[in-house]
Design a protein around this ligand. Sequence first.
Ligand code: SF4
Length: 340
Amino acid sequence: MEETAIKEAMFYEKLERNMVRCYLCSHHCRISEGKRGICGVRENINGTLYSLVYGKLIASAVDPVEKKPLFHFLPGSSAYSIATVGCNFSCLNCQNYDISQMPKPNKPIYGEEVSPEEVVEAAKRYKCESIAYTYTEPTIFFEYAYDIAKLAKKEGIKNIFVSNGYITEEALREIAPYLDANNIDLKSFSDEFYRKVCRARLEPVLNSIRLHREFNIWIEITTLVIPSLNDSEENFRKIAEFIKNLDENIPWHVSAFYPAYKLTDLPPTQIETLDKARRIGLETGLKYVYQGNVPGEGENTLCPSCGKVLIKRSGYIVLKYSVKDSECPHCGAKIDGIWR
Ligand code: SF4
């Protein structure tokens, strides 16, 4: 592993006294000369903003698309999954904190030199139908992801973000023609939660979820349920109502928390709590509510009309798949998603 090469950033403006302001994510960092933004991977060098992570892979793997999790997007297919170091959030429960927080505040940038062409070649070699920008926050390696996504599109490979939803409208607008899907975290409906647990704000996340719909990008929403922090009925109901008001066909994943990083003093999520969240989601009118990080019936896709099991899953494995022409083969109800 080597120290990084650098590339001039997209989405920033030059200010007085060699300062810059970054507009890639909703932090809108104002960065003095010689300093980095909150993500730790964009640095002001002599009044020009640079990405420090272009072409610097810290992780790559072939994953089932179900692991993202995307349940209504080419089920059973593989996603070539990549990440660089860095993140614009600092979640206390981050499971990948060793790479997401690695470059902060001013640490060396590590990663293997891999060009966009080589990423796409690897995806083809492993017969992946998509490339997933994941593990850390893809927004912060935007320039790299954008160049890969354009090449992938030409090769008929789809592009997936797994994101905290803090991308700005101008950045999302730029990548939207190449971005097929995004699993966006809606971690809580409380701004206080976002401030205390993630060092971010709620409203920009809600805005970007709405924008993904406007730009016609397939989205699924994930809420990691953390005991005592975001597991109230009120919180579940507010999230479910927000999704329902956008579209009742958007899948909602409620996932179990396991102690990690700075939240090792909290217990894992009880299955009863996930059952409660799922019940509230369905009562609110969402058609697809899934339980994540625990095995069971909550992994399956049921027809919202006749109730038959259309996709049976175990972990990330698809055991049965019977959606046909975007419809339930039993009753003909439309099943939203990106299917074969
Ligand atoms: S991408 Fe990084 S530098 Fe840019 S606004 Fe977000 S946190 Fe700040």
